[in-house]
Write a protein that binds this ligand. Structure first.
Ligand SMILES: C[S@@+](CC[C@H](N)C(=O)[O-])C[C@H]1O[C@@H](n2cnc3c(N)ncnc32)[C@H](O)[C@@H]1O
Length: 210
C-alpha cells in the first residue's frame, strides 16, 4: 500500500472546483498581498458550518473574503456572519466578494478594528461557530474569547494550526510554533471541549464546546 500522504493531500486539496466568485476573491487577495484559506480548508469550513447548522458565526481575520464566502455557503440561509479585520482594504475586498456571491447585505456584519478590542464587545454564548484566521501570536487570546462567545455545541475553528509542519516537529522552537503547540495541548486537555486537528490545508483545529 502506498504511504505517499502528500499525494492524498494534493488530491483532497484539488477536489473543490472553485467558481469565478472565489477565483476573483483569490485574485483580489493576491493583489492585496493577503493569504487566503486553501481550497481544501475552505470546503471543510463549508461542510463544518453546514454540519453545525450554524446561524451565528464570527470570523477573526476577514482577509479578502475567500474563507467568508466558503463559510456563508455552508451556513444556514438566515445565518449572519460577523467578520473582523483591522485592514479596511481587506474588508472592502471581502464585501465585494460577498456581494458577488449573492449574499444579502444583512447576512454579513464586517467590523473594522483590532480583534483584541472588538471581541470583548461581542455577547457571551451567542454564536454557533467562531473561525480564527488572524495574527498567530494572539491565537490563544482569540481561542479564549471564542470559547466565551460560543453556545454549548458551538465550534471553534483555527486555521494554520500546524504551522507549516513545524508543530509536529519537536525540534521546532519558533515562538509561534511553540504557542500553537501549547494551545493545541491546552484545548485537548480542556474537558469542556472536544478537540481535534484536521490535516487539511495547514491544519484546521476544531473544538466543540460540550
Ligand atoms: C490570513 S488573513 C485572513 C484570510 C481570510 N480568512 C481568508 O481565508 O480569506 C489574516 C487577516 O487577519 C487580519 N489581522 C491580522 N491581525 C489582526 C488583528 N489583530 N485584528 C484584526 N485583524 C487582524 C489581517 O489584516 C488579514 O486580513
Amino acid at each position: 500500500m502506498s504511504t505517499d500522504k502528500s499525494a492524498s493531500w494534493s488530491f483532497a486539496e484539488g477536489l473543490p472546483d472553485e467558481d469565478p466568485v472565489l477565483l476573483r476573491a483569490r485574485e483580489r487577495a493576491f493583489e492585496l498581498g493577503v493569504p487566503s484559506v486553501s481550497p481544501g480548508t475552505g470546503m471543510a469550513l463549508s461542510v463544518l458550518a453546514a454540519t453545525a447548522k450554524a446561524r451565528t458565526a464570527v470570523e477573526i481575520g476577514t482577509g479578502a473574503g475567500v474563507s467568508g464566502v466558503y463559510l456563508l455557503r455552508g451556513l444556514s440561509p438566515q445565518a449572519v456572519l460577523t467578520s473582523i479585520d483591522h485592514d479596511v482594504e481587506h474588508l472592502r475586498a471581502a464585501r465585494v466578494a460577498f456581494a458577488e456571491a449573492g449574499v444579502p447585505a444583512n447576512r454579513t456584519r464586517t467590523i473594522s478594528g483590532k480583534a483584541q478590542d472588538v471581541l470583548p464587545r461581542l455577547t457571551d454564548g451567542a454564536y454557533d461557530l467562531v473561525f480564527v484566521d488572524a495574527d498567530k501570536p494572539n491565537a490563544p487570546l482569540y481561542a479564549q474569547q471564542a470559547v466565551r462567545l460560543l453556545k454549548p455545541g458551538g465550534v471553534l475553528l483555527l486555521n494554520d494550526a500546524l504551522d507549516r509542519d513545524r508543530v509536529a516537529n519537536p525540534a521546532g522552537r519558533e515562538p509561534v510554533t511553540v504557542t500553537l503547540r501549547q494551545l493545541i495541548k491546552r484545548l485537548r486537555e480542556d474537558d469542556s471541549l472536544l478537540t481535534t486537528v484536521f490535516t487539511v490545508g495547514d491544519g484546521l483545529l476544531a473544538a466543540v464546546k460540550r
